[in-house]
Write a protein that binds this ligand. Structure first.
Ligand SMILES: *Cc1c(COP(=O)(O)O)cnc(C)c1O
Ligand SMILES: [Zn+2]
Length: 613
């Protein structure tokens, strides 16, 4: 038998009007604001089994009595919750916060805390007889709602802004989500999802009242993991504000029920490039600050229109908490700190709480002896591009121990994430001497360039300057990476002496090339579908006068950065020979044709050498 519907009410956070869940469970039909679930704690108190609550193993489903679920035969669960709460000893020691904890929400079924909310929300969709689900998302909500809808047997339509990280898209598609990319921002997706739901009668999932109920289990778990004691501070990364207000509600309900005696202070944290809630809270505004085009590496919280701002402000005020922002550079540094010191790999959004700790301590918003819990909201695998932006590309070597020894001796470049040395900072605007190159490379990448590496770098930098370019930090890194790699690539037998290509409208591009193959000069010409294709064909004809060997090109990637970031075009070619040997050859240049020819030449020489063995 379904449970009595009277143990909770849906109330508008703004005008106070009560709604039946069959009428709306997303936004108030009168004023358009968020709804809140008010639980009858007396009823919960009678229903809960205190022994089970205190002794059963952790899991979000253990707290069913706290959720507005009527029909338990409909529960959709993938074993969410029971995420580890680590004492972050090393970071705590470094910054002077010995009772610093990190709750790693990346351990949830789809790698993000949102699964806690999806448990409740998709169960409610089934209870309310939904035929399909639709949702707007910056990526993580998409994957989570897709996974739970699939378990529930409901089709799921998902709208994400174009440019959503590929990890999140691949996950969503794999769970069977019907994914649409919108040429716009998250706010456009929200508007469209609402319309789609109204027109077709789909259940609208997202940052609404039922989802927030699921977030309460984070609070319940923290209390239990701290052996039924209450932390002083809980720091939560905020996009819509749903998670923070849900966690706060969890603490408040436990106190109302008499399980705990005090409450933690809640701190909302956001990136400076999307500080909708933080800015409004600091200004004591009633509503969020609209950010039309969020600009942050922490894409999961890049939400310009936070639907749960009012609930979030209430939580911050009621808990005597506050808000704090961090820059993208601080966020990336915190992401690396968590991974390196505590082996916690979280996406940039999940690192924001740790990024804000130094300033919170400095401003005495938190004090050194307090127990502080940071919520690392999602796993780092969700957005590998963000994490890898903190590193230089790993060097490739030939399969021999000498190259490994050499590599260990010289080391690899490290990128400092200092604020005033962003990737687009100009390092050289006129030709530097080698002393200058050595000192800048040491300062920026903790790498001492000598010998061939330095010589190679000097050549490339001089060439860039001569062509009228500035050398930015990103350029210097590419040049350094390439110079290191070049020490592992044979220079023979193929060298390019001269080339020209003609590309006239309406005719196939033609090219002429002169090469040196084992010291003898050969020339040839050819036409192709594009100038690079024509040049490679001409090169093949020229080389065929000396050798039968010719590798094939399997993949050709061109990566052009914005001109503010880098003057270089990076080219990568996957090449294979007839024996199945394969190499990935890279080169960069301001000129795409030069980069392509150099990459091809490197790949050729690597494969040719392999053939000789
Ligand atoms: C969704 C999300 C957030 C923000 O949560 P809100 O409930 O929107 O405030 C933070 N971090 C990650 C990783 C997320 O996916
Ligand atoms: Zn209202």
């Amino acid at each position: 038998m379904p449970d009595s519907p009277t143990f909770y009410e849906l109330i508008c956070v703004s005008c106070g009007k009560k709604w039946k869940e069959e009428e709306t469970c997303t936004t108030c039909k009168d004023c358009g604001n968020a709804l809140d679930v008010k639980m009858d704690t007396q009823y919960i108190s009678k229903k809960i089994n205190q022994f089970v609550l205190e002794h059963a193993p952790l899991s979000a489903a253990k707290y069913l009595d706290f959720y507005p679920i009527r029909d338990r035969s409909k529960v959709v669960s993938l074993s969410e919750g029971d995420t580890p709460l680590y004492l972050a000893k090393k970071i705590g020691k470094q910054i002077g916060l010995p009772k610093l904890y990190v709750k790693n929400e990346g351990h949830n079924p789809t790698g993000v805390f949102k699964d806690r909310g999806s448990l409740v929300e998709i169960t409610k969709a089934l209870e309310l007889g939904a035929k399909a689900v639709c949702v707007a998302s910056t990526g993580n909500m998409a994957a989570s709602v897709a996974a739970y809808s699939s378990q529930a047997g409901l089709p799921c339509y998902i709208l994400v802004p174009e440019g959503t990280p590929i990890g999140k898209l691949s996950q969503t598609l794999s769970y069977g989500g019907k994914l649409i990319q919108v040429r716009g921002v998250y706010a456009d997706c929200v508007r469209l999802a609402q319309e789609l739901s109204e027109r077709n009668g789909y259940y609208l999932a997202g940052d609404y009242a039922f989802r927030a109920e699921g977030a309460k289990s984070t609070a319940f778990e923290i209390i239990e993991q701290l052996h039924w004691s209450v932390p002083d501070v809980v720091i939560v990364p905020v996009g819509c504000g749903t998670n923070l207000s849900g966690i706060w509600k969890g603490f408040a309900e436990l106190k109302e029920l008499g399980f705990i005696e005090k409450l933690p202070r809640m701190i909302a944290v956001q990136p400076k490039g999307c500080d909708t809630i933080c800015n409004a809270y600091q200004n004591k505004d009633e509503r969020y600050t609209l950010i039309e085009k969020p600009n942050t590496i922490a894409s999961a919280v890049g939400i310009g229109v936070p639907q749960d701002d009012i609930k979030c402000f209430n939580a911050l005020r009621d808990s005597k908490g506050t808000s704090q922002t961090a820059s993208d550079a601080e966020i990336l540094a915190a992401q690396q700190l968590l991974a390196q010191e505590e082996s916690i790999f979280t996406e940039p959004s999940g690192a924001i709480p740790v990024a804000t700790l130094p300033e919170l301590l400095e401003k005495a918003i938190i004090s050194p002896l307090e127990t502080v819990v940071c919520i690392a909201t999602g796993t780092g695998l969700k957005d590998p591009k963000a994490a890898i932006s903190s590193f230089s590309e790993p060097t490739s070597i030939e399969p021999n121990i000498e190259q490994i020894e050499q590599f260990l001796k010289t080391g690899t470049p490290t990128i400092s994430s200092s604020e005033n040395e962003k990737i687009e900072k100009v390092i050289f605007s006129s030709a530097p001497n080698s002393q200058k190159i050595v000192s800048e490379t040491e300062k920026l990448f903790q790498y001492t360039a000598t010998g061939d590496v330095l010589e190679n770098m000097t050549q490339e930098i001089t060439a860039l300057i001569q062509r009228g370019n500035e050398v930015k930090k990103a350029d210097l890194l590419s040049i350094l990476e390439e110079a290191i790699e070049n020490t592992t690539i044979p220079e023979d037998p193929l060298k390019i002496v001269h080339y020209e290509s003609h590309d006239s409208r309406g005719a196939k591009p033609t090219a002429r090339i002169t090469i040196l193959f084992q010291e003898s000069e050969e020339s040839a010409q050819a036409s192709g579908v594009g100038p690079v294709d024509a040049l490679i064909k001409a090169m093949k004809i020229a080389a065929s006068k000396q050798t039968d060997f010719w590798p094939t090109l399997h993949d050709f990637q061109v990566n052009v950065a914005t001109s503010q970031e880098s003057a270089l075009v990076k080219v990568r070619m996957e090449m294979r020979d007839n024996d199945g040997n394969q190499v990935s050859a890279k080169a960069s240049s301001p000129d795409i044709i030069v980069a392509s020819l150099n990459a091809f030449m490197k790949g050729f020489n690597l494969l040719y050498e392999r053939k000789g063995r």
